[in-house]
Design a protein around this ligand. Structure first.
Ligand SMILES: Nc1ncnc2c1ncn2[C@@H]1O[C@H](COP(=O)(O)OP(=O)(O)OP(=O)(O)O)[C@@H](O)[C@H]1O
Ligand SMILES: [Mg+2]
Length: 351
């Protein structure tokens, strides 16, 4: 599989009056052509900063202190502002967290969509408008041709989100980055938008990085999942590996807090406690203070990544050969059983 994006040992600091915030702490991951990667984690774990750094859109007080971001083998961090401008919206597109504010309320939507095409390429007004109508139709704006002169306020929240997606994909980007594109929308519209992203992937052959703090929305659309906590990726694997064979107690917590068909929301479990301050990140595993399964070493030393399979790695001392065997939380034990049924040969030794 061709790697289209490779993030290696990325470290990002922010300078604030209170001190240096270590927002991204040695993050590495990659993205294959045509793949959908989900990045999940609680608020403040570093999801948006990671993706903004890829786009070259770090806030002024932010600084990359280490690492490289290879896009088709070339380091984005070494690109000039001009090269970055050419890349954004053309090669890599981002749908921002708050879609309602990313449209210009004073400009008809046809013009807004067509403009992106004209900035990046040499196309006539007429051709750009035709293409805008085609892409708006593609993202599910029915009768788009007749609606090109309408303004954003004439569309519903879900439709506006689709327009934002049309703007992001009109130049056929190689990577589409979606930063929690659904938080502002109600649940049924969220589902439709996610369905749309999944559909688009087959239609326009793009790779997608999708970020969310809800593992539940990941299942239907992602191929792989990276779990972030306190500025680090703490576990990554295929969707099945993360859903049924998770190894990090933090991932267990996220899985336990997902509503399932059997558990109604009233019985939802939230992970107790709050993430640590990134001004002074803890010495050991940043999750230790909230981790019912923490070992002595968790408070002293950061766990390395332990290999679970060729595609699955987790940074938890529980995977060390000398770690004690722990009793899994009931929901995780239930999932592990499903995993063993799915993989009768490989999971034998794990019993
Ligand atoms: N400009 C900034 N100055 C100082 N700290 C910042 C800045 N931008 C982000 N941070 C800090 O970096 C950390 C990561 O923030 P980020 O926005 O990536 O979180 P997130 O995972 O996207 O959370 P959410 O789910 O709430 O969007 C947080 O601790 C945040 O406070
Ligand atoms: Mg965010």
């Amino acid at each position: 599989m061709t790697k289209i994006l490779e993030v290696n040992n990325l470290q990002v600091d922010f300078h604030t009056y209170a001190g240096t915030v270590h927002a991204i702490r040695n993050v590495s991951f990659d993205l294959a052509k045509g793949e959908t990667l989900a990045i999940v984690g609680e608020s403040g774990s570093g999801k948006s900063v990671t993706l903004r750094t890829i786009m070259g859109l770090l806030a002024k007080n932010g600084k990359v202190t280490n690492g490289e971001i290879l896009f088709n083998g070339k380091d984005i961090l070494k690109k000039s502002e001009r090269e970055l401008n050419a890349m954004r919206g053309n090669d890599i597109s981002m749908i921002f967290q708050d879609p309602m504010t990313s449209l210009d309320p004073t400009m008809p939507i046809g013009k807004q969509v067509a403009e992106v095409l004209r900035i990046h390429g040499d196309v006539s007004k007429k051709a750009a408008m035709d293409e805008a109508a085609r892409v708006l139709e593609l993202v599910g704006i029915n009768g788009a041709k007749e609606r090109l002169k309408d303004y954003p306020h004439q569309f519903s929240g879900g439709q506006r989100q689709r327009i934002v997606i049309a703007i992001a994909i009109i130049n056929n980007p190689q990577i589409l980055i979606a930063d929690e594109p659904t938080t502002a929308l109600d649940v049924t519209i969220q589902a439709q938008i996610l369905e749309l992203l999944k559909e688009l992937q087959t239609k326009i052959d793009t790779s997608i990085i999708f970020i969310t703090h809800d593992l539940g929305v990941v299942a239907g659309i992602a191929d792989r999942v990276a779990v972030m906590y306190a500025g680090k990726i703490i576990e990554y694997g295929t969707v099945d590996e993360i859903f049924y064979n998770a190894q990090h107690p933090y991932t267990w917590g996220l899985l336990e807090s997902m509503p399932t068909l059997e558990t109604n929301s009233a019985r939802l479990h939230a992970i107790p406690g709050t993430p640590p301050s990134l001004l002074n990140p803890p010495k050991g595993d940043a999750f230790a203070a909230r981790n019912a399964y923490a070992l002595q070493i968790d408070t002293e030393q950061q766990p390395p990544f332990f290999k679970v399979s060729d595609t699955h790695y987790a940074a938890t001392w529980l995977l060390h050969p000398d770690a004690p065997k722990v009793e899994l939380p009931p929901e995780i034990a239930r999932r592990r059983k499903i995993w063993q049924k799915m993989n009768p040969t490989t999971s034998k030794e794990a019993e």
